[in-house]
Design a protein around this ligand. Sequence first.
Ligand code: SUG
Length: 458
Amino acid sequence: MNPQPHLSPYGAGHTLVIESNFDGLVGPTHNYAGLAHGNVASAKNATLPSNPREAALQGLGKMRALCGMGLAQGVLPPQERPHIPTLKALGFTGKDSEVLAKTAREAPGLLAAVSSASSMWTANAATVSPSADCADGKLHFTPANLASHLHRSLEPATTARALAATFANSRHFSHHALLPATPAMGDEGAANHTRLCADYGAAGVELFVYGQGSDSEPKPTKYPARQTRAASEAVARLHGLRATQTVYHQQAPSAIDMGVFHNDVIAVGNRELLFFHQQAFVDAAGLKKQLQATLPTACFVEVLDTEVSVADAVSSYLFNSQLVCVPGEKGHTLIVAQECAENRKVWACIQRLVADPACPINAVQVFDLRQSMHNGGGPACLRLRVVLTEAERAAVNAQSWITPEKADALEAWVRRHYRDRLVFADLADPALLDENRSALDRLTQLLNLGSIYDFQRA
Ligand code: SUG
């Protein structure tokens, strides 16, 4: 069933082009393994037991709430984990249970990597360009290669199938192959891509923020720069973006070294607004000028270091909030993680912004996403934004939309299939693999996605 029709936040007379959010459903193997170098929360919580059931319910709670606000909310499925085909490709043989036991014994790090539920962070699933920006008038998707980390590099093959099943109509949607998965083409998807526009349906300016550019540009010294400019340029070419409406800018290397492993940890945009920290970019003043040259109505809310430090921004994920236009309401609403309300300085900053009549951020909503946050995944990491015209929206797989009934069905599915505690030793348990497969088999029926998993295609 499609969600209820939306009122245009711009009033009558505007074409109904909306921005939808497709959140990643947290998978049954959600765990803390300390796999993400440069991601402070991942390192800090590496030995914590996880609660996959709670993680999935927290994510669904956010999806249900945004749907309740009248926003178009979709869902993308988790992946098959532990991923036995990868272990077999790496030389482990025998029955699945033997493969798991041998890997746990001989290469425990590998077992952690093939078991990660990291596909939940769909801001890294792909870069998406709305049809208004693309030369052929289609909506374009390029799955991110996630080449910087082994556990994440295992996602794109299934992500591509999930996106193709969700956005299947080739008259409206164009799906590209991922870029070559090598550091020189490192691509982490929408987490480093922001679109500003006067109206979702109007051509916008697409801002690609990269960590690694030419040899003469500064580099982080402690942590890796995951996104390359070369990758962003390739995505822009593939999508047929107009050069005059595409902006590339380097992320401050000092921020990467303080744990800002994706630009969406320190900046977020929505419609005409860019909300960012003073230390996000190498040249914030130059960037603002460049964006305004393309989009004169572009506006900026910049938070100074003296008000919120980068360390506080990273621990609270203030800038990993979602900025949304709630139908019928003025301005922008900030969807923040609970950690923002628990940080005195960050909360004071949010209150100041919301109370300021000159600030376009008018409201805040707080969500408990602690299970994901402990791995460095906040509200904005969990969602992939897709701007859709009415015709495109009608072409989306109908069962991928969240409605109250769909949220009920997914919550019941989680309660039936998910464990409430997981530690590293559990990853070698063959029963966990079976549980994951039977859960996903049922899920592909619930979401009408067809056979997107390797175990369904063998
Ligand atoms: O790639 N964490 C993810 C978090 C991704 C957040 N996404 C965005 N910012 N858009 C990462 O660093 C941790 C997994 C572990 O340690 O078990 C992890 O992969």
